[in-house]
Design a binder for this molecule. Structure first.
Ligand code: FO1
Length: 324
């Protein structure tokens, strides 16, 4: 019996939780996560890949569930000692256990291993139960264009500074993926799409996570050539984002903060967009996304069971039965 092959486009916290539900919903399936790396940053000489780590830790059982990022049982001694030296940035939460991941990754990258090989090596420890692929082996870093409150001039901040230090407070006017023009999908991404029975777009940030993944040259073409159906899950419920700050990002691209707005932004596969189907919350059942099969199902990933039910609904919309 050939196992069901599923590809999931994912960002950080929401994407990781959704992936855990997919893994539960189809235990025997081959699941490949294509993960955003636009949030990646080099701080204190260490290469940090937040979304890859959140996916790896969440699926590997090492995540701090409450924060949604970083390690469970974390301590912050290195961070405190760095602050003792006045070593900036002090605003980024560098956990002691997390530092080990960054040290191993940075050493391997410096030795010339591509990010996809580094990610596979780290996954040897965490055994996430899905194949975790960075969207690209080339560096792509999301920068946020904001108006400088003091000078009124526009400036570009690294996503992490905007997100963590400034709590996404300055209204962004644009997002720029530095390095994206020289990027291409990572090894294994094209093959995963070619073999997919279904591609699921996780309820991640449509702009800085899903948008960044799709912005890699060749990615959209690879996705749209997949033989499977493409099913998205709305990250917006009742006009509000469930978690994170997608509502701070959507207006910059003129996208309405609603299930309908995001669905229309992704667009119908039949008319040049992405989606064959779009899952919205029961309260958003009236969402009108022309050319797309809109289905109202509970979207809150309030428990592993609820998330598995959501994943099953997504696979059902893709015409994939869990048994394959
Ligand atoms: N998010 C925060 O809000 N504050 C932090 O100090 C912080 C540190 C951090 C360290 C490692 C890591 O993998 C993620 C971290 N995040 C932190 C989350 C991260 O900034 C964002 O969640 C992702 O980049 C967006 O998905």
């Amino acid at each position: 019996m050939c196992f069901v092959q599923i590809v999931v486009l994912a960002g950080g916290v929401g994407g990781a939780r959704f992936l855990r539900g997919v893994r539960t919903a189809v235990p025997g399936a081959g699941v490949t996560a294509v993960v955003n790396t636009g949030d990646d940053v080099t701080l204190h000489g260490l290469r940090i890949c937040p979304d890859l780590d959140t996916v790896m830790y969440t699926l590997g059982g090492g995540i701090d569930e409450e924060r949604g990022w970083g390690r469970a049982g974390e301590t912050w001694t290195v961070k405190e000692e760095l602050a003792g030296y006045g070593a900036e940035p002090s605003w980024f939460g560098l956990g002691d256990r997390d530092v080990a991941t960054h040290l191993v990754r940075t050493r391997m990258l410096d030795a010339g291993y591509p990010l996809s090989a580094v990610t596979a090596a780290l996954a040897e420890r965490w055994r996430p139960g899905v194949t975790v692929l960075p969207m690209s082996d080339q560096r792509v870093e999301t920068h946020v264009v904001v108006d400088d409150p003091d000078t009124g001039r526009q400036q570009a901040l690294h996503f992490q500074e905007w997100w963590v230090r400034l709590r996404a407070e300055p209204q962004p006017s644009a997002f720029v993926q530095v390095g994206v023009d020289a990027a291409e999908p990572a090894p294994g991404v094209q093959e995963a799409f070619d073999a997919a029975d279904a591609v699921l777009v996780a309820p991640s940030n449509p702009v800085v996570s899903i948008g960044t993944v799709l912005g890699v040259p060749g990615m959209r073409e690879a996705l749209l050539a997949t033989p499977g159906r493409i099913v998205g899950v709305s990250p917006v419920i009742g006009g509000a984002v469930v978690r994170g700050m997608a509502d701070r990002c959507l207006p910059a691209l003129g996208i309405e903060v609603s299930a309908e707005g995001v669905g229309r932004h992704y667009g119908a596969r039949a008319t040049g967009g992405l989606l064959d189907a779009w899952l919205v919350a029961p309260g958003d059942a009236a969402a009108d996304v022309p050319g797309v099969d809109v289905r109202a199902v509970p979207l809150l990933m309030s428990s592993p069971e609820a998330t598995a039910d959501l994943a099953r609904a997504a696979l059902d919309a893709a015409g994939v039965s869990p048994s394959g």
